[in-house]
Design a protein around this ligand. Sequence first.
Ligand code: 4UV
Length: 525
Amino acid sequence: MPASLLPDVRIPAVSIYESVFGGLSADELGAVAIIDGVSGAETTFGQLRGQIDALAGALAARGVILGEIIGLLCPNVPVFATAFHGILRAGGVVTTINSLYTAEEIERQLKDSGASWLFTVSPFLATAEAAAAGAGIPPDHVVVLDGAEGHPSLRELLGAGEQPPELSFDPATQIAVLPYSSGTTGRPKGVMLTHTNLVANVAQGIGAIGVERGERVLAVLPFFHIYGLTVLLNYALTLRAVLVTMPRFDLPEFLRITSEHRCNWLFIAPPIAVALAKHPIVDNYDLSSVKVVFSGAAPLAGALAEAVAQRLGCTVAQGYGMTEASPATHVIPNARPDIDRASVGLALPNTESRIVDPETGIDVAVPDAGPSLPGELLVRGPQVMAGYLGNAEATAETLDADGWLHTGDLATVDADGIYRIVDRLKELIKYKGYQVAPAVLEAVLLEHPGIADAAVIGVSDEDGQEIPRAYVVLQPGASLGEEEVVGFVAGRVAPHEKVRQVRFLAAIPKSSAGKILRRELREHP
Ligand code: 4UV
């Protein structure tokens, strides 16, 4: 099987806490780990580890046991790191929740994962309380990190300075995090990532991505999404880089924080690259500290990468991955300026890749035989998930008996081992790098009494970014316009999940088995 061209790395058999914080030296304890980009407040590695240990102690004293599932609904603020690692250090499993979700979506995730606690922040309290109540989580298990009447706060939990519990578990099988991903089809499912999955993906990225000790890394990509969680929170801190947090994207604030905090690495998704390449206000800021803009989560066009590199005078790189692979599987290494920026570079160390005909499963990429035909990318490595929580059927469809993860993406590989993502086979839509599951939107559309049938696919907008488009069949006699359909959905889903275009059809094309023929819809203007 085509192995990575990069040499294998050693993957320590330890917990993710041990892997990130275990080796802190005495002089590293006083170094800054996280800067709150908004307030400028700094947290050192020593303070962070102290808070994590005390939180773990407090949770253990309150009955949290190994394997307990705890929801985390929190924007990118420094205490995210404390909450995340504190819960894991207590033996808990964190289910990271999209901050944009509605109360109903959060409730569904809390119930599906079986969460018994929810950690949040006061600006999200109303949504969090509604979701927790619906999921049967009592107020004394809803921790409001910055404090709120009637709920435990971080200050209270840390106050007693309790010792973390002595735990022993197998990092290769113990689940650490349960992010939700819709995978190839259907609604979001809990992706079971073990401690070893997370430890492995950090170790695989170390030499390849190229962040160096002390460099400043802008943390605007949400920590709740696996890209931010692994590449920012765990990878950057392992390298003793400094995270500069931003709770939400806003272009002037993004530019101000980058400039004032002299950030060296901007990890982004492609819509931010569009802003960096095109927006006039970019010229008003001193971005000379920026060394690398690293894009992932959706395709980055070569011309866009070039425009950003020219305007900022920096390197642009790209990575590819998916939640089910913790997430990174392919990146353009910083040390390889020769690699085309529109590609996703090389397979990470310890990562095998295949490209197969999606119909027959036969390999289409033959090593050393020149550029391959496009086919479905399969990956195998220590970062690949244990499976979907409570869903053996979805697991079997995605992860085969030999351990190959079927990505649902169409890719090619050339004779130099450089991979390109050329299309997506699965129904998943990426809006600004966020997952949008057509199945969720189709179910919402069908709730409208005037809609007889509906299907949703991703289409490109004028900047080449993907947006959700709904195809709607009206009930006989119903009269609905695009705005009403858009408004109906917008009132029921998170902002990134909104339907942004509507087309009316007489019938949705379907196979004889009733499956929506999305390829045919794509050909529909
Ligand atoms: O599950 P998910 O939401 O996961 C991600 C992960 C993004 C990462 C991971 C590691 C990196 O180093 C990095 O730079 C980015 O987004 O969605 C997975 C799907 O997103 C599409 C593709 O369809 C995946 O199956 N996708 C992710 N990255 C790219 C991409 C890319 N660079 N080019 C094209 N599609």
